[in-house]
Design a protein around this ligand. Sequence first.
Ligand code: PCA
Length: 325
Amino acid sequence: MKKLASVVAIAATSAALSTSMAHAEKWDMPMAYAATNFHSEMGVVFADRVKDYTGGKIEITVHPGGSLFKGGEIKRAVQTGQAPIGERFMSAHANEAPLLGWDNLPFLATTYEDNNKLWAAAKDRVNAQLDSLNLVALYTCPWPGQGFYFKKPVSSSADTQGVKFRSYNSATATFAKELGMTPVQVEAAELSQALATGVAEAFISSGSTGYDRKVWEHLTHYYKVNAWLPRNYVIVNKGIWNGLDDATRAGVQRAADETGADCAAKSASLASWYFEQLEANGMKVEDAGPEFLKELKAIGAKMQADWLASVGSEGQAIIDAYKKM
Ligand code: PCA
């Protein structure tokens, strides 16, 4: 009798388990940046909200730091459905789809407010481009403004000749070459190692990545340029997205909308805190000097012209729409 009762209990438990499992879809979400980075922290907030707003139908497990797929592999993993969802730096994909470099146009939109306007101008076209890549963007989130890290004082391109420069996409590689530097593309997750081994000795990024990677162990100077505020995006495989029922899709989208807004606010609130941390760890954090800035602006104008040439009229339409806002 006792034995029968326990068999019945086991059967009941496994029936309950299989019912809940049939309803909960488990999504692994690779992310490219450090677990403690605000983008990754917001990824966890997003996952919690998705569970909440879909009534437990989708459970997302976040894998930060390129631990499941490396940064450079995440887009393909999501396109092919190896991972249903993932997060990555949008303009890293501009080599394949130049339009996705809309947020790397130097000195065009250098505040959070302007960056939002530029995104509003670019959004529909970016989404159409993503559709053709079998992707859907759920939310995007800006990094703080981009500036230059060096291991010596730099006041013009006379000081940058021959410097080994870590780039994160094709636009930053161009920037480096224009300054007489030698670009090498390295993931943020591997940046500390690249600096430690001398593969790179300078780079462009926000205070955020310098802080995450403790670059004060190798470098000494940060020049605030605020050249642009590039975005990360959380992308989902189009087929998987379209296969969700309407209520579930709406729940995920609500989680994404809320998290995108919170993530941008967090980025803005941390921007100067990161500089304080760089300084507290011995780095000199300064505005770029007038000569250097003048050179950077000239290179920026060329980069914008190159981008427009590669994207065509759609690029000009984005800039025109932005300027009218
Ligand atoms: N950090 C990322 C991208 C932009 C940023 O601020 C990086 O350096 O890879």
